[in-house]
Design a binder for this molecule. Sequence first.
Ligand SMILES: C[S@@+](CC[C@H](N)C(=O)[O-])C[C@H]1O[C@@H](n2cnc3c(N)ncnc32)[C@H](O)[C@@H]1O
Length: 259
Amino acid sequence: METITAPFYDFPKYYDLVYGSDWKAEFDFLQACFQKHAAGNVRRLFEPACGTGRLLVKLAAAGYRVGGNDINPKAVAYCNARLERHGFPPSAVVGDMADFCLDQPVDAAFNTINSFRHLDSEADALSHLRCMAAALRSGGIYVLGLHLTPTRGEPVDEESWSARRGNLTVLSRLWVTGRNQRRRQEMVGMSYDIYTPTRQFRILDHCSFRTYTSRQLYGLLGRIPEFEVTSVYDFGYDVQQPIEIDSRSEDVVLVLRKR
Ligand SMILES: C[S@@+](CC[C@H](N)C(=O)[O-])C[C@H]1O[C@@H](n2cnc3c(N)ncnc32)[C@H](O)[C@@H]1O
């Protein structure tokens, strides 16, 4: 198969198929969190690292005023074109989630599938959380989902799945190629096999995620006094099923409320 090595985020159409088909569980969960954990009404939303806007467009259609940022201009262009196609303002901007400020505070924000772990230093992670705290009104919430490194038990090291829309199919595989505990880096290889009626090819990519044990995550959050952790869930996205984080926890979704 023809193989190209390139950043997968530069292919928003394929990204959106691979990660976009699972939007409904997150969409329902986010709204349930707004209802349960935010003080007052939630109307204005912000998604740092919004990518193709797979969630933003659905939330805009549900009546929320949405905005987002992403460091990848191709993802932002895709997101804005899609928002406009559905009759909403093109409210995504190219920006760094570790360094941004909003004109107006929002009621809630979310960042669900590990994007936060793209921030590869404690300074950037802190800066991101400070930007988020400043972007939220008091009583507003930030829903933050990521994989922790368990300190007991074996972490999951490989994942594969497929997605299909019309005559486009993508087979995805992600695998951990290494972990550096001292630097807190998890290196991940990724391959995406793309099948269209006229072409079949493979995109190979890799990236590094910052690792967090539960202790490291809570240590970081303890440095942002504006936020309190109101509840924790897992990637089952069931607002009726909060979890307790322990040394085996991997997928966690924290609800942080601005004091
Ligand atoms: C896994 S995708 C998630 C996209 C979207 N949030 C979603 O749920 O589909 C991660 C995104 O983070 C973006 N990203 C990585 N580092 C970033 C940074 N420092 N600031 C803003 N976006 C960033 C990437 O460009 C990519 O679109």
